[in-house]
Design a protein. Structure first.
Lengths: 67, 376
């Protein structure tokens, strides 16, 4: 499963809505990552690929912290 | 009771604002963005929804739409955030204390300086005055969108062009303009707005909208629910400026207020309120013993926000406002926290009574006020 780490809830929520708008199924969860508390987008859509997700996120100014 | 003190805070609020606020107190009862449980995440989603509504309204991105406690709070973030050692500020001669006090404080703390420019009725002259005040050290031009005392609008677009040309950050105090005047993040580098005035949100809400062009240092640091491993304040927004738990119910209800304004349109609200001001001015100027400090007419109304200052010849402003209150008309007397504007119009000693309608006032109420003014 593709997961995307995002520091801010605002950016994470923006990313979630944008990906969903583009038909990519995903869920947002709170996570404890490298920098401490943050958020993680889990891409549950099996058809999604990393390059596509990254391109979409970059287009709305959300850094693509794929893991 | 007829409430005409909307320049201080709008009342009543739209029904949807009351409903949303009340609902948010229970439905959004967890701390947003702090925990991973469903209640906290749902609350954070509601805050985000409001943020998105506010961002769309000002043509900004959600990340650059920062919730504050009020416009003063936002102005302090902007002014003190941009201040650097030896920096210079330019301010208009109509500023509210919410702007002028942080500017003077920041200039003093940074061994900087501040120059005031005169706002005139002539746009070109006003811009020229502002241009003359700018120096190579000017960090920001801080200016109100409209005077909270006499309603005179400043040439926001022209001042924005000037600031762009001179590489100066334009900080706009939109306390009296947000919700009626056409203000977007195109108009200024940083827009500071009250949530509880023309945006019809609850008191205890405000906004700082930035275009991200000018990095701001922080004046408040603390927990943001993000990047928690670091003891350094996050560099990403809105978290950078939203330390501590926000006024969640207020912020969610602010979204309902902005939605109300969006549906009604700022233009229609402005036209309605200016029409009430026109009626008030045309009738009040014919009453003996009433002094109008600004007159809004069909010819000049595009230069005004819906605010009219007046006085009784026989009474001081506070006494006059009290008499009107006894007759059921609620207006504010005094200096309205804007001594500069009062110096400008010669009312610094006695202040004025301020007539400021909202979308909920009507012509009949103004006619009744006029009848009362005639009797007093």
């Amino acid at each position: 499963m593709i997961t995307v780490n995002i520091k801010s809830f605002t950016a994470a929520q923006k990313a979630l809505k944008f990906l969903q708008k583009h038909g990519i199924r995903c869920v947002l969860e709170r996570s404890l990552g490298k920098g401490g508390c943050g958020f993680m987008l889990k891409i549950t859509d099996k058809n999604a690929n990393k390059a596509e997700v990254c391109a979409l996120l970059n287009s709305v100014g959300v850094p693509c912290g794929l893991s | 009771m007829v409430y005409l003190d909307n320049a201080a805070t709008t009342y009543p609020k739209p029904q949807n604002v009351y409903r949303t606020w009340q609902s948010a107190m229970s439905v959004c009862g967890a701390n947003p963005g702090r925990s991973g449980h469903e209640f906290s995440m749902k609350t954070a989603e509601a805050v985000y929804k409001s943020r998105e509504i506010c961002a769309d309204f000002f043509g900004a991105s959600p990340e650059n739409t920062i919730f504050t406690l009020n416009c003063t709070h936002a102005l302090n973030f902007a002014v003190k955030g941009i201040a650097r050692r030896g920096c210079h500020f330019v301010v208009s001669d109509m500023e509210h204390n919410a702007a002028i006090r942080p500017v003077y404080s920041a200039a003093k703390a940074m061994d900087g300086a501040c120059t005031m420019f005169e706002v005139e009725f002539d746009t070109e002259q006003t811009v020229l005055n502002a241009e003359r005040a700018i120096t190579p050290h000017t960090a920001a031009l801080v200016c109100t969108a409209a005077s909270n005392v006499i309603g005179l609008r400043t040439p926001v677009n022209e001042l924005a062009d000037l600031c762009r040309k001179r590489g100066v950050c334009f900080i706009l105090d939109a306390a009296q303009g947000a919700g009626t005047l056409p203000l977007t993040s195109e108009n200024a580098d940083i827009i500071c707005a009250a949530g509880h005035k023309g945006l019809y949100g609850p008191m205890g809400t405000g906004l700082m909208i930035t275009n991200g062009k000018y990095p701001l240092s922080t004046i408040i640091e603390g927990g943001t629910g993000s990047a928690s491993e670091s003891i350094v304040q996050p560099d990403f927004t809105p978290d950078r400026f939203e330390s501590g738990t926000i006024n969640t119910a207020g912020v969610v209800a602010l979204g309902a207020g902005v939605d109300f304004v969006t549906r009604k349109t700022p233009k229609a609200i402005l036209e309605h309120e200016l029409s009430l001001c026109e009626l008030f001015c045309s009738a009040a100027e014919r009453i003996d013993g009433i002094i109008l400090h600004n007159r809004i007419t069909p010819q000049n109304k595009n230069r005004y926000a819906p605010v009219v200052s007046f006085n009784f010849e026989r009474y001081g402003s506070e006494e006059g406002a009290r008499l009107l209150s006894e007759h059921g008309f609620y207006m504010r007397g005094g200096l309205h926290c804007a001594p500069l504007a009062h110096k400008k119009i010669g009312t610094i000693k006695g202040g004025t009574i301020r007539f400021s309608p909202s979308a909920f006032n009507n012509f009949r109420e103004v006619e009744r006020l006029i009848d009362v003014l005639r009797k007093i």
